[in-house]
Write a protein that binds this ligand. Structure first.
Ligand code: FES
Length: 139
């Protein structure tokens, strides 16, 4: 009898170039451990990620989407992260429409010096998604 493999969620992570990507990089160079479940997409600003991209990811293979940007007041394009925050409300509504749990999308502010926070967020999200099980769109 074959042993069933443990489900490993796949997370697509949009990281803004100026803060969060650098934070993720710091986690790596500081050798802070976190699960290898994320696939990073480096974007110039969290505000440039359209909600359709989030939904596309969640309906085409991802179990969760993580969006990370600069802290409020630190966005290199002034208000891009505030736009991302406003879009999160739209994304939450879209998740309901698509029959997806709200935990499948998460927005976090991660600065270039917060490698430890980045690792913590990824670890928490992986655990949460393991609890939810695979995206229904994977079936
Ligand atoms: Fe980082 Fe806008 S540049 S969120």
């Amino acid at each position: 009898m074959e042993e069933q493999e443990e489900y490993e969620p796949l997370i697509v992570a949009f990281l803004c170039n100026w803060c969060s990507y650098a934070g993720a990089d710091l986690a790596g160079t500081s050798r802070i451990q976190y699960p290898p479940n994320i696939r990073v997409i480096r974007v110039m600003c969290s505000g440039m990620v359209h909600p359709n991209l989030v939904i596309n990811a969640l309906t085409k293979g991802a179990d969760g989407v993580l969006m990370c940007g600069c802290h409020p007041g630190d966005c290199h394009y002034l208000e891009g992260n505030l736009r991302a925050e406003a879009r999160s409300e739209a994304i939450d509504l879209m998740l309901v429409d698509f029959g997806l749990e709200p935990e499948r999308y998460r927005l976090e502010w991660v600065s270039a010096s917060e490698g430890d926070k980045f690792a913590k967020v990824v670890t928490e999200m992986v655990e949460q998604l393991k609890g939810l099980g695979p995206s229904p769109y994977k079936m």
